[in-house]
Design a protein around this ligand. Sequence first.
Ligand SMILES: *[C@@H]1O[C@H](CO)[C@@H](O)[C@H](O)[C@H]1NC(C)=O
Ligand SMILES: *[C@@H]1O[C@H](CO)[C@@H](O)[C@H](O)[C@H]1NC(C)=O
Ligand SMILES: *[C@@H]1O[C@H](CO)[C@@H](O)[C@H](O)[C@H]1NC(C)=O
Ligand SMILES: *[C@@H]1O[C@H](CO)[C@@H](O)[C@H](O)[C@H]1NC(C)=O
Ligand SMILES: *[C@@H]1O[C@H](CO)[C@@H](O)[C@H](O)[C@H]1NC(C)=O
Ligand SMILES: *[C@@H]1O[C@H](CO)[C@@H](O)[C@H](O)[C@H]1NC(C)=O
Length: 257
Amino acid sequence: MAQRCSFAVPYGAPILAISFLACVATDVELSVNNHTADFTLSTQPGPAVSLSCLVHNSSQAEELLWYRGDGQVGLKDGNKVNISNICISPVNESDNGVTFTCKLARDKSVQVSVILDVQFPPWLSGEETLHVEEEKDATLTCNSKSNPQAQSTWFKDNHSLTLQPSRHELFQTSEVFRLSIRKVQKSDSGTYTCVVESPLGNGTRDFHLVVEDKKPVFPTEAVIAAVVVVSITILFGIVARKDKFFKCFKKQKETAL
Ligand SMILES: *[C@@H]1O[C@H](CO)[C@@H](O)[C@H](O)[C@H]1NC(C)=O
Ligand SMILES: *[C@@H]1O[C@H](CO)[C@@H](O)[C@H](O)[C@H]1NC(C)=O
Ligand SMILES: *[C@@H]1O[C@H](CO)[C@@H](O)[C@H](O)[C@H]1NC(C)=O
Ligand SMILES: *[C@@H]1O[C@H](CO)[C@@H](O)[C@H](O)[C@H]1NC(C)=O
Ligand SMILES: *[C@@H]1O[C@H](CO)[C@@H](O)[C@H](O)[C@H]1NC(C)=O
Ligand SMILES: *[C@@H]1O[C@H](CO)[C@@H](O)[C@H](O)[C@H]1NC(C)=O
């Protein structure tokens, strides 16, 4: 394997000698789809991808192992010795960036890895309708998945959005494109379109912002005052009646006696 025989090993003659010996001892080499070193395989969702791992220069039967990431792939008998094929079918977006590694069972340091580069056009999602009260803040979140990385922009009512630094704020990661609007006004209502452009195609998604009337401020002090007044009234009412109840009871007792 190229890495093992490499002279890019950090200085030190002993290490060089050992790696040279190791190289001679395990003369065995692997190739995956004719690549003897790690490589990236670009593909698209849909069609199956087959990976073929071959043993070279071995004097004995060699068992092979396949890994998807850290997990070992179960192989059928007859697909383990000297040659092993795996098939990823169908390839989908979630396979992007996944590493498949073929290893020699006898010496796992003899290996070749393939990184899948699954390319797909933008794929957008996110809450489409937002109702926000006037003067409150609004956040429009456009979740976007694409490979390769895409260029994102916001439009408002079919016109490119003029950002006002004091009120608008953009936040962007590889998977999120977010627009925050501080203290929304009635004029902020409308259709905001998240447009994501990639060489493989463009994605758009409409977000409807509805700015609603400010709810009347709850008059806390007036409510407290009213509660106090009502409580006192009830209290006096009870005190006044208590007298009557007493009198009544006394009367009853008198009659009973
Ligand atoms: C590997 O290379 C050989 C000849 O160089 C070719 O016939 C074969 O199709 C290649 N295999 C793959 C998987 O690319
Ligand atoms: C096999 O080994 C020979 C000599 O040891 C070397 O020249 C050749 O490149 C090797 N082939 C492969 C495919 O590793
Ligand atoms: C694997 O390769 C070795 C060495 O070339 C050979 O002796 C052995 O018979 C092969 N085994 C299978 C199952 O192909
Ligand atoms: C991709 O395929 C795997 C299984 O092969 C499945 O679990 C997963 O949901 C798929 N993802 C998408 C985005 O289709
Ligand atoms: C934006 O343009 C499309 C087509 O060009 C049209 O159907 C849509 O009504 C327009 N939206 C607004 C908010 O003007
Ligand atoms: C994506 O949008 C850009 C700019 O609007 C345009 O030039 C390009 O042709 C579009 N690409 C596709 C595949 O529709």
